[in-house]
Structures are given as structure tokens and as C-alpha cells.
Design a protein around this ligand. Structure first.
Ligand SMILES: Nc1ncnc2c1ncn2[C@@H]1O[C@H](COP(=O)(O)OP(=O)(O)OP(=O)(O)O)[C@@H](O)[C@H]1O
Ligand SMILES: [Mg+2]
Length: 311
């Protein structure tokens, strides 16, 4: 396992109030796996990621990165790359190349290695022409790509991305998504938070949903969507269904509505329905399929009776 986080807890105290931000979160991540870590605002995602990246110390629980505890042995953090909320891993008065060299050396590369890796990443992220401009003069999307490049400069085993596509235009977001997929394909493990559930659905192998500091769902992305998908099919035809066929359809539990044949039942039963329609021109056969947004909203609604703040 690249990452094993067990039973993490964190409470914040501010102005006499105690906020239980994270209340017993466990996460694992294998090589090449993309985990979407989802939850409403204030659920505890960033706090969890900060504990994993060694930025804040958990009140309880343990983090292991490739078997080692980063809080006891900070050198382990050289195997982690992170992009946290708001691009704070860049120096705005330096150039992209200088940032890559600086952080590369900081994470243990020789200056020559940092330069070589940095150039390769600039090329790959389409930032070559900006290599000598100041970071503060780059567009937001370019800064975001550079932040990810800097997180990758030392080839970490684990990449933590907190809202990597926030505020990016459609094209920049799509190119960041492609990069994330490629990085995972090279074997790096990626923990990703996002409120863009279509991004999570497209990128993740597994989903963990956190609400009020607790995990309320954990499942493979495909299986989760499947579990919430209906058993309802629609068959659209180029011509009207005649009365004799309509009768045979109704014997199978299918019916015609607005010129579309509808059937609710098991996938196997669909063949009998299609058999009745043999010879007709099909336009579309479609199953009602949930998307991650629907699934997320249902799970969050179910979990909303969980208590939140203790004083
Ligand atoms: N430094 C802090 N001091 C006090 N409370 C904090 C601090 N940081 C976070 N919190 C509180 O901890 C809880 C979890 O916050 P966190 O930032 O982890 O949520 P999140 O899931 O990342 O939310 P978002 O989706 O809005 O980024 C919130 O109630 C937040 O107000
Ligand atoms: Mg956050």
C-alpha cells in the first residue's frame, strides 16, 4: 500500500468552541489508484489531506506512507507531492523553471536532476514558452498546472490534489484531467478532492465520501454508480408500434409511452422485449443510469442526521 491512514482525528479549538473536523477517518491507496475524496464544504477533506501530508499533526490515528510514519520520520514526506487549496506551493516572484529547480532540490534532487525533471515537466504541461516568466504573470490555469508540476518534480509515490480543477476554464480543466490520468497510469497513487463530480466520476477508481468528519460511503466508482442506477430501459424506434406488438409487449411487462417502449426489469428480460420488436428500426436502447452527482446527493441526504459540533 502506498498510503494507509488509520482512524485519523482532528479537532480545532477557536474562541472557546471545539470543532470536530475529522472523526475517525481511514483511507488506503494502492499504486496507480485514483481515489476521489468527496464531501460537502467543511466535511473535513482538507484537514485530512493536511494530516496525510504532514502539515498538521493528528490528535489520534496514524498515517503510513509506504509503511512509514511521516510524523515520526519527516523524510518520508519526500515521497509525497501535494497541491493544497490555493496554489500555496509556488513562489510568485520566481519563474516556473526556478520554482521547479528550487522545490526539486528541497525534495532531495541534485540541481542537475531538478533541472532535467523540471524541463521535462514544463514540456509535458505545455508551459515551455513560460519557463522564464514570473509565476505571478501566468494565467490561473497555467499556475495550477505549474503547481501540479512542482508537486511531481521529485516523482512522489503519492500525489495529493485538493481541488485541482477549481476555477480552471474548460480546456485547462480537461488538460489537467488528462495529466492526472497519465500520472496514475505511470503507477503514482493519487488522492483527489473535488466538488466537480463529473471530474471525480471520470478520473477515480474508487470514491470515499466524507460528511461531518466521518466516512459515509466507500466503494469502487463503477459499483457505486451501478448500485444507484435504475432497472428501467427505454427503446426508441423510428416507427410506431402496431397493436399486435403492443399486446405482446404488455404481456412482458413493457409498455409504449410517447412513442417510446419502456421496460422495467432485469437485463435478461430485455431480450424478449427486443424480440417482439424484431424487424423494426431501432433509434436508441438506453438504461437509466445514475451519475455520481445523483449518488452523492442521495448519500449525503441519508447521512445528514449525523451530529456535528460539540462544544
Ligand atoms: N484552522 C482551523 N481552525 C478552526 N477550524 C478549522 C480550521 N480549519 C478547518 N476548520 C474547520 O474544520 C472543519 C473541516 O474543514 P475542512 O477545511 O477540512 O473542510 P473541507 O472538507 O476541506 O471543506 P471544503 O469543501 O469547503 O474545502 C470545518 O468546520 C472548518 O471550519
Ligand atoms: Mg477543503
Amino acid at each position: 500500500m502506498i498510503l494507509e491512514a488509520r482512524n485519523l482525528r482532528k479537532r480545532y479549538r477557536s474562541r472557546g468552541r471545539v470543532v470536530e473536523a475529522v472523526r475517525g477517518v481511514s483511507l488506503t491507496l494502492a499504486r496507480g489508484e485514483v481515489l476521489a475524496f468527496l464531501g460537502p464544504n467543511g466535511a473535513g477533506k482538507t484537514t485530512t489531506i493536511k494530516m496525510i501530508s504532514g502539515l498538521i499533526v493528528p490528535d489520534a490515528g496514524e498515517v503510513r506512507i509506504e509503511g512509514e510514519n511521516p510524523h515520526a520520520n519527516p523524510r518520508v514526506l519526500a515521497r509525497v507531492g501535494s497541491v493544497l487549496e490555493g496554489n500555496r506551493n509556488l513562489y510568485w516572484r520566481l519563474t516556473p523553471m526556478e520554482n521547479l529547480e528550487y522545490f526539486g532540490v528541497l525534495k532531495g534532487l541534485s540541481p542537475a536532476e531538478a533541472r532535467r525533471r523540471g524541463l521535462a515537466l514544463l514540456e509535458r504541461f505545455g508551459l515551455m514558452e513560460k519557463k522564464g516568466a514570473l509565476v505571478q504573470q501566468l494565467s490561473r490555469g497555467m499556475q495550477q498546472k505549474l503547481a501540479i508540476a512542482v508537486a511531481l518534480v521529485h516523482t512522489p509515490a503519492l500525489l495529493l490534489l485538493d481541488e485541482p480543477t477549481l476555477g480552471l476554464d474548460v480546456e485547462a480543466a480537461a488538460s489537467v484531467q488528462t495529466l492526472i490520468r497519465e500520472i496514475a497510469a505511470e503507477g503514482q497513487a493519487i488522492l483527489l478532492t473535488t466538488h466537480q463530480l463529473d471530474v471525480a466520476e471520470a478520473l477515480s477508481d474508487r470514491v470515499v465520501i466524507i460528511q461531518k468528519g466521518r466516512i459515509v460511503a466507500e466503494e469502487r466508482t463503477e459499483a457505486l454508480i451501478e448500485r444507484f442506477s435504475g432497472d428501467f430501459y427505454e427503446i426508441e424506434l423510428a416507427e410506431a408500434v402496431d397493436a399486435s406488438r403492443a399486446g405482446r409487449l404488455s404481456a412482458l411487462g413493457a409498455w409504449v409511452e410517447d412513442g417510446v417502449v419502456r421496460y422495467r426489469g432485469e437485463a435478461r428480460g430485455l431480450w424478449a422485449v427486443l424480440e417482439v420488436l424484431r424487424g423494426m428500426t431501432l433509434v436508441r436502447v438506453e438504461r437509466d443510469k445514475a451519475d455520481l452527482t445523483e449518488v452523492f446527493l442521495k448519500l449525503i441526504a441519508e447521512g445528514s442526521d449525523v451530529g456535528t459540533v460539540s462544544q
